[in-house]
Design a protein around this ligand. Sequence first.
Ligand SMILES: Nc1ncnc2c1ncn2[C@@H]1O[C@H](COP(=O)(O)OP(=O)(O)OP(=O)(O)O)[C@@H](O)[C@H]1O
Ligand SMILES: [Mg+2]
Length: 334
Amino acid sequence: MLAIQVKNKVQTLLEVHNLKKHFPLQKGFIDNFLSKEKGFVRAVDDVSFFIKKGEVLGLVGESGCGKTTTGRLALRLLEPTSGDVLYKGSSIFSHSKKEMLKMRKKMQIIFQDPYASLSPRMAIGKAIAHPIVIHNKHNKAEVKEICLQIMEKVGLTPASFLYKKYPHQLSGGQRQRVVIARALVTNPEFVVADEPIAMADVAVRAMILELMVQLKEEFDLTYLFITHDLATCKYICDRVAIMYLGKIVEIGPLEEVFKNPIHPYTATLLEAVPVPDPKYRRTQPIPKGEIPSAINPPPGCRFHPRCPSAKAMCSTDEPDLREGSRVHWVACSL
Ligand SMILES: Nc1ncnc2c1ncn2[C@@H]1O[C@H](COP(=O)(O)OP(=O)(O)OP(=O)(O)O)[C@@H](O)[C@H]1O
Ligand SMILES: [Mg+2]
């Protein structure tokens, strides 16, 4: 699939090939004694996609479908069970620790939870500067200068006043900006933005999203933009990948996926986007029940127990991603 999708290798920044991450289940002593069989959480189960330079790919899906795990694998913050990630054509898993440290400057992450990713005992200036301090290329005064500059860029102003503040002394929106500044301070090329607006209120969300678009232009960034909210993708993404229970079920250009969703799961996600029209009536039923466990995913199509259009074959045949149109791919037997 990927070979056909990747038309122009020169422009492709990141390629993900058949990536899997199966976390072993932690069992108690008695369970281990009674059963030798090892269970796994199939968090990411054969995922392939690519991102071209300057592009924003949205990775969308319900909680627990494996978005964060995919993002972490793409930056080698986790080792995969199998599969590969190529950055500018070379496998990131083949790099030594030293080479990887160098690569980290170019590949950064905005973590999902700004509360959890900032130390309460570290002043924000120090937290933002940390990624450049570990590379040990600048003296103290230069580090401070770079840090103040990036703080100004992300709207943490006046930077010289906020530099010495601690996370608890900032608002939620400001904390989110700190996490963005820390990701950008090394001047990266590729950023995994893991639900960067999920913890903020509506007004702050719009501002952070606008900031991310502006920073993308200014720093010539490429994003993997993770979100559970398909509507957000409209404002920032060029293409979207819809993920369900460890697999990508549909991927294509934003406009095509919005206008012509092929997978029933994508259609129901789109129906969940609120429409400000009291006369509007839902055309797609909401999927039944909750996302199943990633330990024992349903056989066949993983969405079939919740799918409003499921046929008998869906419970046995596992669909691969297939070409709906040249750039729009879908995994559905129907
Ligand atoms: N370190 C880990 N050890 C064991 N299981 C894990 C680990 N990290 C994630 N998982 C499991 O993998 C699955 C996918 O988790 P992940 O955090 O990638 O989902 P997500 O799509 O980012 O969800 P959310 O939208 O809630 O952030 C979940 O079932 C989760 O419990
Ligand atoms: Mg997550």
